[in-house]
Design a protein around this ligand. Structure first.
Ligand SMILES: [Zn+2]
Length: 324
């Protein structure tokens, strides 16, 4: 008998990655393509369908029964599976993505917000397995967020819940891409780390601007911090502090079991933790603050693909149960 499997796809603003995922949560094979949305919707759609069909046929050739396709999408996905709005993939706004894919591929399809897919991936196969309810915070170019309540994705009335990155931490602070001011994203993302580092360096007379020009990425700030650079250590301390402030608020509001921290910046989890935990201890109630474990994500780059595979797999399982 053929082994059951599903396709999981992580669609990003720059790259798109997909894989065949087995029942055990292991990736069988992967493919990638450039998203290249600037070539226009028609071009993207034609290339994306070829990409999806190639994944399905490769799975079938290898002897799997490909039962469905899950997609993590970088934007707001309405309850009917259509795209509402995407900051990075604007031409897909109001596109009936789920319906069109289902029709073209003749397969069950489920589309969810990418941060929610990542949260589900960590919930089932990653750092969130021990927790009933947790918030997932992804510290990358921006700050993404997703929530798992009672082991299920909580995406709110409009599918728009979980925007941890756009909780204000400085009312009159740095301007944010969302149109507001002082959002967490402007203080705890990878690019925010670089910005804070440069601001701190400017304050130290002897270093001047020379060193700051050489450092362009969060990884470089981390390397500088690990070699004892006070401005780099200060940048991580500041990011940890702001994140701790937000997590304390979430702990008091929702009394969750945990916060799972993922994304590129979380590779340096230990640099964030001291100020993050200190801030939580200061601000959260003792019961809610101590309950909320703060742990690093474990699935890395694969979390989005695995989560996308899970959303469709669980949709199929539910449909089967409903039939009984
Ligand atoms: Zn914002």
């Amino acid at each position: 008998m053929k082994q059951p499997a599903v396709i999981g796809i992580d669609l990003g603003g720059t790259n798109c990655r997909g894989a065949l995922v087995g029942e055990d949560g292991k990736l069988r094979f992967q493919r990638g393509m450039d998203t290249a949305i600037d070539e226009g919707l028609d071009s993207f759609w034609a290339r994306f369908l070829i990409f999806c069909r190639a994944l399905v046929s490769q799975g079938e050739q290898q002897g799997y029964s490909v039962d469905g396709l899950g997609l993590g999408f970088p934007g707001l996905v309405a309850k009917d599976g259509s795209v509402r709005v995407s900051p990075n993939l604007g031409p897909l706004n109001d596109f009936a993505l789920t319906d069109r894919l289902t029709r073209e591929l003749q397969l069950p399809v489920k589309v969810v917000n990418d941060a929610n897919a990542i949260a589900l991936g960590e919930a089932r196969w990653g750092a969130g397995q021990a927790f009933d309810s947790f918030v997932m915070v992804t510290l990358g170019t921006g700050v993404g967020g997703g929530m798992i309540f009672n082991r299920q994705i909580w995406d709110g009335a409009d599918g728009a819940a979980g925007e941890v990155g756009h909780i204000a931490v400085e009312p009159a602070g740095r301007v944010c891409g969302c149109g507001s001011h002082g959002c967490l994203e402007q203080y705890a993302s990878g690019s925010a780390l670089v910005r804070t580092y440069r601001e701190l360096l400017k304050n130290t007379v002897e270093n001047g601007d020379k060193a700051s020009i050489q450092i362009r990425s969060a990884e470089e700030v981390a390397a500088a911090a690990l070699s004892g650079d006070p401005a780099a250590l200060g940048a991580f301390e500041s990011a940890g502090c702001y994140l701790g402030q937000v997590l304390a608020g979430i702990a008091n509001l929702l009394n969750l079991d945990a916060a799972v921290i993922g994304g590129g910046v979380s590779a340096n989890f230990d640099l964030l933790m001291p100020s993050l935990r200190a801030e939580m201890d200061k601000r959260a109630f003792a019961v809610t603050g101590r309950r909320m474990k703060v742990v690093p994500a474990v699935l890395g780059d694969s979390a989005g693909i695995l989560g996308a595979a899970l959303v469709v797999r669980e949709m199929l399982q539910k449909a089967q149960l409903d039939k009984l």
